[in-house]
Design a protein around this ligand. Structure first.
Ligand SMILES: *Cc1c(COP(=O)(O)O)cnc(C)c1O
Length: 520
């Protein structure tokens, strides 16, 4: 046995540090080259069969080496990502990524800090990031906050506090089955599906979320909301929360947040705002008015991996009443208790404010990115994205082949290719095919939306690499593919049979939206 002790014991550290150093240098060189020339690559491409097959091999039992692992990444992974780092990606709502944040991810992984709590600088970094975000979004200093994985988690955390604070009985101890009256909450029918998911996960049931119709600009109809609350009260239910959206996922609409705050206040309800991307528009003095009232929210959820361009995952929940926040998540575990003077010598560890115990050090990429650029730079690019969306809307208005399907109050543009004499059903089919062909072309990636029942192509511009000329390219390509499809339909008459005239679901393209005009 004594002899064995002389051997070096097993570890996952390299036996040759020179090798990992060299590989690291190469990775950084490759990354810089790659990002510099990204514009010349296709936004997205289908995965070839032979590449797909590479992912079927069984687990390597013996070492293949770091260099080989990196080679496999380069050949089989790097060419086939979603593409949301590319200048012409505008699908769903996705952030672009920031080079220094990629380095920060490496640094965070290097110290591998479990950021649950404790007497550590990473905790101070996250606390400082939260202070900055409160300052930028007009939240009071006493408010609490937490970095989370994404907007979905941010909504879940905010709504969990809402239930705890407004249930009116000890929901932590008794559970929802003890509710004397069923808890119900309100949002517009444009609310994001993550709110449905949160409501379901908390055991409230999907039907507890009352979806209120929207006006012509896709904002919650206030009088219908008031009627729904009154009617639910009359039926013996317990309306406990209203959810407003700052920047809906379909059109970028923002609910009248001040009015929602007034209603919540009057009714004794919690006011949660889902500001996944829209909240960040408040960084811009020119756009700030759009989210007026957001700073009155009891809880606010927003992403940093959308309109702050950070690599996923990064989002935040802010809660006005920090005590209510802690009550909703605190549990007692002797192994985590505070020990004065030691590693756990700090108050209010983050695990008492959210679901996770082990937490990544995602605050570092936020902190380093804000330090590198300053928050004004983010405001500037957010404004630029809104201007670019207006520019695209202008190109569409000039085109005789493409029409807008919704107003453009922020950074989302919904549109479709149109052809005279085509029925709504055929237009839906034509535009579905067009979208797929466009994506396959590698030129640009918008995604789809359903706007008042009609299939739309949607550009969500949360991209700091996009230039105006990218939208010239997009419009040209959409027209080209659309006309090709029409040509094909001439040999396939079923596509042009219908005589219904194309009608626009939305007539006057929204111009002169408050605060935006000044940017143009
Ligand atoms: C994207 C989005 C969410 C969900 O955020 P994730 O980061 O994808 O979890 C919630 N609400 C809105 C309005 C969104 O756009």
């Amino acid at each position: 046995m004594a002899g064995q002790r002389e051997e070096i014991e097993a570890t996952l550290d390299p036996s040759d540090w020179g090798e990992i150093r060299q590989l690291g240098h190469r990775v950084v060189d490759d990354v810089s080259d790659y990002l510099q020339t990204l514009r010349d690559l296709p936004v997205w491409r289908p995965i070839p069969e032979e590449v797909r097959r590479q992912f079927k091999s069984s687990v390597p039992r013996k070492p293949e080496g770091a260099a080989k692992a990196y080679e496999d990444f380069r050949s089989h992974v790097l060419p086939y990502p979603l593409g949301n780092h590319h200048p012409r990606f505008w699908g769903w709502v996705n952030g672009t990524g920031i080079p220094i944040a990629a380095l920060a991810e490496m640094l965070a992984a290097t110290i591998n800090n479990n950021t649950w709590g404790g007497e550590t600088s990473p905790i101070l970094v996250e606390r400082q990031v939260l202070e900055w975000l409160k300052e930028l979004l007009g939240f009071p200093q006493e408010a609490s906050g937490l970095l989370v994985s994404g907007g979905s988690m941010a909504n879940l955390v905010g709504l969990a506090v809402a239930v705890d604070a407004k249930a009116g009985f000890d929901v932590a101890e008794e559970g929802l089955s003890a509710a004397p009256k069923r808890l119900v909450l309100y949002a517009s029918e444009e609310v994001h599906s993550s709110v449905d998911k949160a409501v379901r996960l908390m055991g409230l049931g999907f039907s507890a979320l009352r979806k209120i119709p929207v006006d012509d600009e896709f904002r919650i109809d206030i009088s219908q909301l008031e009627r729904a609350i009154a009617s639910d009260r009359a039926d013996g239910l317990h309306p406990f929360c209203v959810v407003g959206t700052a920047g809906t996922v379909n059109t970028g609409a923002t609910d009248p947040l001040n009015q929602l705050a007034d209603i919540a206040q009057r009714e004794g309800m919690w006011f949660h705002v889902d500001g996944a991307f829209g909240a960040l528009s408040a960084l811009s003095p020119a756009l700030k008015q759009l989210t007026s009232g957001m700073e009155r929210a009891d809880s606010l959820g927003f992403d940093l991996h959308k309109w702050m361009y950070l690599p996923s995952e990064a989002a935040c929940t802010l809660v006005r009443d920090s005590e209510a926040h802690r009550r909703a998540f605190s549990t007692h575990a002797p192994y985590l208790s505070k020990q004065e003077g030691g590693v756990t010598g700090t108050e209010n560890p983050f695990n008492q404010y959210g679901i996770q115990l082990t937490r990544s050090f995602k605050a570092l990429k936020v902190w380093m990115s804000i330090k590198e650029y300053g928050s004004d730079k983010f405001a500037e690019i957010i404004e630029q994205n809104v201007e670019q969306a207006r520019y695209l809307a202008g190109l569409i208005e000039e085109s005789s082949h493409i029409e807008l399907l919704a107003p453009v109050p922020l950074n989302l543009v919904n549109f479709r290719f149109v052809a005279p004499g085509m029925s709504e059903e055929l237009l839906d089919t034509l535009n579905q095919t067009l979208l797929v062909r466009l994506q396959q072309s590698g030129v640009a990636v918008p995604s789809q939306r359903l706007i008042k029942g009609r299939f739309a192509l949607c550009v969500a511009n949360t991209n700091h690499r996009t230039r105006r000329e990218d939208f010239d390219v997009l419009v040209r390509e959409v027209e080209k593919i659309g006309l090709e499809l029409l040509g094909e339909s001439e040999t396939n008459p079923s596509i042009t049979e219908s005589a219904t005239k194309p009608r626009s679901t939305w007539e006057a393209p929204g111009r002169g939206v408050i605060g935006v005009k000044g940017l143009m």
